[in-house]
Design a protein around this ligand. Structure first.
Ligand code: SF4
Length: 348
């Protein structure tokens, strides 16, 4: 067995390249935009969670090695055909935002919502949630959304005369309600939904009280500092940022939208970006003819926890026919979560 810690980075990279070559079309490596460059260099596809969901569902490869956080590998497991094997090179790469909503807590709030308006709510969970919460949404006739399609999904629910029960990201929920002109029509459920019954009763959108620590680090002081330094910069932030930051910015959008804005802007454009640092750094190096800086350095430690040696270890295990570390979910969870994800893919 190779001692990976004794190998230099370059040797590890060379060996990964050889393993990739060997596994050929049997291997597919989807990589999220927030991953480190040392992982992105081996990507078969780079994207945000929606794009990666789509490509993982369609790949013919037998082995999907998902480089992102655990909920993304779960999505790949749910969508990929049963004869595919899904791996994540570091199983500890979780998502603190997803951890805000356990199935038990979600079901407790759901019971209160049924007392307020039985059959009146459609649950919708952000992709950044655990598979058990996605499965809950599927069971209850609900669906999944991402930051690219959340507004479309909210409209789809409201157009049916139903109310939205959205989890787990408070800021994405509030920013979406505000963008739809519904700033007065939402409430945030905190720890004791029974006590909030009256407030819930009057609202069309009920939002879970979770947040992403990476996007919560952006502040009005940072926005003011950049505006003061150069009034020509355009500030664009991810909608998981606080509503006041979104309001003070020039634009907001998913990671894919942010990427597109920078790519399509003319040389000399100036961008200050409020999202995960690895992605901003990559945009900066890909566009040397533009000014690209982070609003503040904010790294997702979970995304960054996948390292080249983790990837190599996973590929070696696959080469050896050792699939013990694959991502496995209970069959009923797969079925119900698939229903929620497929409904999202149909609508968006
Ligand atoms: S950036 Fe935030 S939402 Fe995304 S994986 Fe990291 S903690 Fe979770």
């Amino acid at each position: 067995m190779v001692d990976l810690q004794k190998l230099g980075d370059r040797e590890v990279d060379e060996r990964i390249a050889v393993l990739k070559e060997k596994l050929g079309e049997d291997l597919f490596i989807p990589v999220h935009h927030y991953q480190r460059d040392e992982i992105v260099q081996f990507a078969d596809y780079t994207g945000d969670s929606l794009e990666l969901s789509r490509v993982s569902a369609k790949t013919d490869a037998r082995f999907i090695v998902f480089c992102g956080v655990f909920f993304m590998a779960e999505i790949a497991r749910v969508l990929a055909a049963r004869d595919k094997y899904v791996f994540i090179p570091n199983r500890d790469a979780g998502c603190p935002l997803a951890d805000f909503a356990s199935l038990e807590d979600v079901e407790a709030v759901w019971r209160v919502l049924q007392e307020v308006d039985a059959g009146g709510y459609i649950p919708v969970t952000y992709a950044n949630s655990h598979a058990e919460v996605k499965a809950f949404c599927g069971r209850e006739g609900g669906l999944v959304c991402t930051s690219s399609n959340v507004q479309k999904i909210f409209s789809w629910i409201l157009d049916r005369g139903k109310r939205v029960f959205f989890m787990p990201d408070r800021n994405l929920g509030i920013n979406t309600a505000a963008a739809m002109g519904m700033a007065d029509e939402f409430c945030v459920v905190r720890s004791e939904p029974e006590k909030e019954r009256e407030e819930i009763r009057g609202k069309r959108i009920v939002i879970w009280d979770g947040f992403c620590i990476v996007h919560k680090r952006f502040t009005m002081q940072q926005v003011a500092r950049w505006r003061g330094e150069d009034p020509e910069v355009r500030i664009v932030v991810h909608p998981e940022s606080d509503p006041e930051i979104v309001d003070a910015s020039d634009d907001t959008g998913s990671t894919s939208k942010i990427k597109r804005l920078v790519e399509e802007s003319p040389p000399g454009s100036k961008w200050v970006i409020g999202t995960e640092f690895n992605m901003v750094q990559r945009l900066k190096s890909e566009h040397p003819d533009k000014f690209v800086e982070p609003l503040e350095v904010s790294v997702c430690r979970n995304m960054s926890s996948i390292r080249r040696r983790d990837l190599m270890k996973t590929l070696l295990a696959i080469e050896d026919g050792d699939y013990a570390d694959q991502v496995v979910l209970p069959e009923d969870q797969v079925r119900d979560a698939a229903a929620a994800i497929e409904k999202m893919l149909e609508i968006s």
